[in-house]
Design a protein around this ligand. Sequence first.
Ligand code: SF4
Length: 262
Amino acid sequence: MPSSGQSLMQHGEVTHSVVHEAVEVKIESSDLAVDRAEVESSLGYPGGKMPAHLRPGLEEVLAAYRTHLVVRAGYRIVETRRDPSRPDGMYAGGTFFHMRTLVTGLLKKSELLAFFVCTIGPGMESWRNRLQADGDLAGAFLVDTVASLAVESAVNLLHDRIEVSMRAQGLKITNRYSPGYCDWSVAEQHLLFSLFPPGFCGITLLDSSLMVPIKSVSGVIGIGKQVKRAQYTCDACGMKDCTYRSTRTRSSTPSTKRKIQP
Ligand code: SF4
């Protein structure tokens, strides 16, 4: 467990000594797992219905994608508190995050918050752009889809590492939530990034709230004695074009049912 900037915080009978500044977590590209069936499903062809002419291209991308990845990930744990007069958000490290009702409700039992960022670097993006410039639009689309699933796989590993670390200290974690999703404004990316040193993990935040490299993810995970990591509740959500909808079920599989590398 990282120890820089540790502090103590009292919560009833529980003493936490897990607050820390931003730290990077080592994730190897060889640790990532992009499932062929999931790619096909993301492309709109679930159940093995992908047209035969796309299969060779997908095999090529799946065989080579790891060579285009430079994975970097990190997180920072901060104290959190709620203000009864502001029920649609939470304070984190002294800053109020207006997460709105859904995310705030899902994190409300948290005693600490882990803010994280993760990227697979610019390699896949450059590969996709080269294919696009060459007129291979199908290939570009395949690369982009695999890249999106690769960064999600990297975040899954980061999520698991945080869970293992917290479990060792008798704490549980929640699912993860990101600005721009679940009714949380993407503009709050700027608050989130203010918790990290400039250029942390090689990620830059643009004024538009987009991250560079594009294949990057940021978000927050709740920590506490009374929280849990459970299935995402996307069924009732009206955000039909959410890029996470199709991957959330797999992402939310409790880590006890998946192999975790500490
Ligand atoms: S589909 Fe799921 S992940 Fe996407 S915004 Fe809705 S609740 Fe959030």
